[in-house]
Design a protein around this ligand. Structure first.
Ligand SMILES: *Cc1c(COP(=O)(O)O)cnc(C)c1O
Length: 386
């Protein structure tokens, strides 16, 4: 197999069915921002809808427009905007818009231009301190939006918020956020809003806080089969990781003791051994700091030694790998590992390495590892009918 990220669409479909059972009767938004966390937005969106997702969510309008351009007609929400966002295209393409405050005028202008009401989900900051309307400004935002609604320029169809610490289910701040959310919803409903969807739950809240489900959950990480909890694995949550990252070994080379490896020569072989070259690096999205990350070759998992470079990284296959055909004099042998599949992470079912091991090696979280796999790595799809 060449360098590729293999995306198992049946794993994504099964993860969604599992998560839908947990959140029912709430509706299910599949979050496919950032190219579906690196898995391919259009393919994942189609799979998600076929598996019962009711809504799709993206951060940017541009991401939502790309889904519409691919012919996807499902309800679609985009929530992160700048003054340069193309609100007119969004309204024209029937993309629901998150609104924290300043966007309202832009959205109304787009609706006026198109002579068509925009669909808006008002966002309240219940404690995350990022996007969303502050609690003090909320009554004024609701009043302004309802004014526009009465003039036929928009429809307030949702109220939503985002949680800060749902991945740590014991923390009290989630209770406070949910209480503030209920208050904000009440303000909107008292002002006359007839809400289709009230939504605040992300993956960890969907799995640990049934009282956060309201009318809809917004699930990203879980549909890709990854655990949002530091102390729970995918398997423990009934999820299957959907992305396998693999390549072929590009070179195997016998070296003597004391051979330095990669830029900086931070690693030196302790004894005569065989080094294996893995043709993936930071241009492919493997964090440069992730020395020690696992690579499985022929059923054995080896840690990356030395620095990860732009295009490649090295594993020490050990003295036993020397068995096999050796080209006379060259020190290069093809007998064992050249061309063998090198797997960096996969679904873990056969004991192979996991995304979380790469996250630990890089000092980050599983979200970042899959999302940053770059466009240089071709995606291939299995398990679906797409
Ligand atoms: C990314 C995002 C989500 C999904 O979060 P997960 O933890 O991946 O489920 C939900 N809502 C908003 C607003 C987001 O930005």
């Amino acid at each position: 197999m060449e360098r590729q990220a293999i995306i198992d669409l049946s794993a994504i479909a099964n993860n969604i069915r599992h998560l839908r059972e947990i959140c029912a009767p709430a509706r299910f938004m599949a979050v496919v921002k950032a190219d579906a966390y690196g898995h391919g937005a259009v393919q994942v969106a189609r799979t998600a809808l076929a598996a019962g997702a009711n809504w799709l969510g993206t951060a940017h309008v541009s991401e939502a427009l790309a889904l519409r351009a691919a012919g996807i007609e499902a309800p679609l929400l985009a929530w992160l905007h700048t003054p340069a966002t193309d609100f007119t295209a969004a309204v024209e393409q029937e993309i629901d818009l998150g609104c924290s405050g300043w966007e309202l005028d832009h959205i109304v202008a787009a609706a006026r231009e198109l002579q068509r009401p925009a669909r808006v989900h008002l966002k309240i900051d219940t404690g995350l301190g990022r996007n969303g309307c502050s609690r003090s400004d909320w009554p004024a935002l609701v009043a302004a939006a309802m004014d526009h609604q009465r003039q036929g320029l928009l429809r307030v169809v949702g109220v939503f918020s985002h949680l800060a610490v749902a991945d740590e289910p014991h923390r009290h701040e989630t209770d406070e956020q949910l209480e503030r959310f209920r208050e904000a919803v009440a303000v909107a409903e008292e002002a006359g809003a007839e809400l289709e969807v009230r939504h605040i739950a992300n993956t960890p809240a969907t799995m640990s806080r049934p009282d956060s489900h309201f009318d809809m959950v917004r699930v990203g990480l879980g549909i890709y089969g990854l655990s949002p909890f530091a102390d729970r694995t995918s398997a423990q949550l009934g999820l299957v990781p959907a992305m396998t990252l693999q390549t072929q070994m590009a070179l195997c080379k016998d070296v003597p003791a004391g051979q330095g490896v990669s830029y900086g020569l931070n690693y030196a072989t302790a004894a005569a051994t065989t080094l294996g070259l893995v043709p993936l690096g930071y241009a492919d999205g493997i964090p440069r700091v992730a020395t020690g990350g696992p690579v499985r070759v022929n059923g054995t998992t080896y840690p990356v030694v030395g620095r990860i470079a732009m295009d490649q990284m090295v594993i020490d296959l050990g003295p036993d790998a020397r068995a096999g055909f050796t080209e006379p004099g060259s020190g290069v042998h093809a007998g064992t590992a050249l061309g063998a599949t090198a797997e960096l992470f996969g679904n873990g079912h056969d004991g192979g390495p996991l995304v979380e091991e790469w996250a630990a090696a890089a000092g980050t979280i599983n979200y970042e590892i899959v999302t940053r796999i770059s466009g240089r790595v071709p995606r291939s799809y299995i398990g679906g009918t797409l």
